[in-house]
Design a protein around this ligand. Structure first.
Ligand code: GBH
Length: 498
């Protein structure tokens, strides 16, 4: 069978809706063309941080220079070694019987200095081989261009706070479309700008700038410009080659802590700050930042004696360029938080949290995972999806991450329980509320390097033995559960107590 024929058979369908089968609790089924898959990211699984011409990324630099900021001084130098073992990964995908695989490309593996004048042929070879392997097995690739591993050379110029980075990102995207466009038809520009702008430039992730309410706003601004520019470039030059370009945003549900009007208002403002910051410019009818964010950051900047707002302004042309610049919304959803109104006085120090004006917490009774921030709250998924539906006129949504960490062990009934709850919540949002969701992606295929939390948190359907020379991967109970889900598209009736 020819290449193009194979890809057209397995292509992700963002176009048609099927009837649901949710009448009997024993047959909770997703539509026929709904796509199930799993996700990973380059820095978290590849290892091979300095081989065959790869450049240094900000996560290489950060984990090497500031090991005290990482759990147990660990790093991603080797991790699951998927650079060498990607064929093992693909055979696990085949075992699972998934329809798609979401992975990311390491920018410095392709362009060691970040710039497109020097392309690392070994980087091109690696991802071409991975894509060929996926295509040979009929697994649709969903490729993230940027999952946090910026070339260090670009960070030396200010990284995402430097306006010119948007041009370099467009150059990088062009190299990707030219080299991989014939084999990868669905692309995501960014993974969770909220995380890498707020936690990277405003906090403790690489580059660790800890400049909340200032550098995170600059980062978001240029990420949004870069995203819009890549989308327009694809529509102008690659529309015949590439099918879909979207962006992945992270949206935890934000529930008012009490029924008081203050807390209800604070929760809605928080949703606008956490989700609207990135989603409003792209998915709303009017474009630009959410009006409430503009209003609050402008006013608080003034109180703090800044001559201009800490939240940058788009030109009218930029508003137009960014508005509507996505074929679908990639949604990462893990957990839920409570919001209460912050009644304290505004300080003179810039901070995103004060600008947002809410205090974040979680209920003690919510079941725990092995990550401090992740509690099991399935109903928050349906609420998040409905908020997106109402706020942005029911956009096409693809779940690009959802999952849970546990301690080591192969019998992970608590993970199966998490999946059961969140999948039912998702199915209700689709079947009853008519949210337009086309696929679901579990994070993650296998245990991997969890950023500042090192290897201490395990999200995998497959366990990884980091001590063994070939990083042995072993399926957990949840892998068997997921296989049944992916193959039947119905939520398995599983015995959770075993
Ligand atoms: C995802 O982010 C990432 O896309 C993925 O790479 C990662 O492996 C996965 O989560 C699991 O962690 O440490 O208390 O400051 C999910 C959203 C936002 C969750 C930042 C952790 C930091 C909380 N993340 N958050 S804290």
């Amino acid at each position: 069978m020819s290449w193009t024929l194979i890809t057209s058979l397995v292509v992700i369908t963002l176009g048609c809706a099927d009837a649901y089968n949710i009448e009997s609790p024993n047959t909770l089924c997703f539509p026929e063309h709904f796509s199930f898959g799993v996700a990973t990211a380059a820095y978290q699984i590849e290892g091979a941080w300095n081989v065959s011409g790869k450049g240094e990324s900000i996560w290489d630099r950060y984990t090497h220079d500031k090991p005290e900021r990482i759990f147990s001084r660990q790093n991603g130098d080797v991790t699951t070694d998927s650079y060498h073992l990607y064929k093992d990964d693909v055979s696990m995908l085949v075992q699972l019987g998934v329809q798609h695989y979401r992975f990311s490309i390491s920018w410095p593996r392709i362009l060691p200095s970040g710039l497109s004048n020097e392309v690392n042929e070994d980087g091109i070879r690696y991802y071409l081989e991975l894509l060929t392997e996926l295509n040979n097995h009929g697994i649709t690739p969903i490729v993230t261009m940027y999952h946090w591993d910026l070339p260090q050379a670009l960070q030396d110029l200010g990284g995402w706070t430097n306006p010119t980075i948007a041009d370099y990102f467009v150059d990088y995207a062009r190299v990707l479309f030219d080299n991989f466009g014939s084999r990868a038809k669905t692309w995501l520009t960014f993974n969770e700008p909220m995380s890498f702008c707020h936690d990277g430039y405003g906090g403790n992730d690489a580059p660790g700038a800890r400049s909340s309410g200032f550098e995170d706003y600059m980062c978001a601004h240029h990420v949004l410009r870069a995203h819009g520019m890549v989308y327009r470039m694809y529509r102008d030059e690659y529309a015949d080659k590439i099918d879909y370009v979207g962006i992945t945003l992270d949206f935890s549900w934000l529930e008012p802590a009490t029924t008081s009007e203050d807390d209800q208002k604070a929760a809605e403002i928080a949703r606008q700050f956490y989700m609207g910051w990135y989603a409003h410019p792209i998915f709303s009818k009017t474009g630009d930042y959410p009006p409430i964010m503009r209003e609050r950051v402008d006013a608080i900047s003034k109180l703090q004696h800044f001559p201009r707002s800490r939240l940058p302004r788009f030109t009218p042309e930029e508003v137009k360029m960014i508005r509507g610049s996505a074929d679908f919304l990639g949604l990462n959803h893990y957990t839920t938080y409570l919001i209460s109104k912050n009644k304290g006085k505004i300080s003179l120090l810039p901070s995103f949290e004060e600008d947002m004006g809410g205090i974040i917490s979680q209920k003690k009774e919510w079941p725990k995972s092995n990550s401090t921030w992740l509690k099991v709250v399935p109903w928050g998924f349906r609420k998040s999806l409905n908020w997106v539906r109402l706020e942005y006129d029911n956009p096409k949504v693809f779940i690009t991450e959802n999952g849970m960490s546990l301690e080591r062990g192969l019998k992970d009934s608590r993970r199966i329980n998490y999946l059961d709850g969140y999948l039912k919540s998702l199915l209700m949002a689709m079947a009853k509320d008519k949210c337009r969701v086309y696929g679901y992606t579990y994070w993650s295929l296998l245990d991997n390097f969890e950023w500042t939390r090192g290897f201490s948190e395990r999200f995998g359907l497959y366990d990884v033995d980091y001590e063994s020379p070939n990083k042995t991967r072993t399926p957990r109970s949840s892998a068997h559960y997921f296989k049944e889900l992916a193959q039947t598209r119905c939520i398995p009736a599983w015995n959770y107590t075993t």
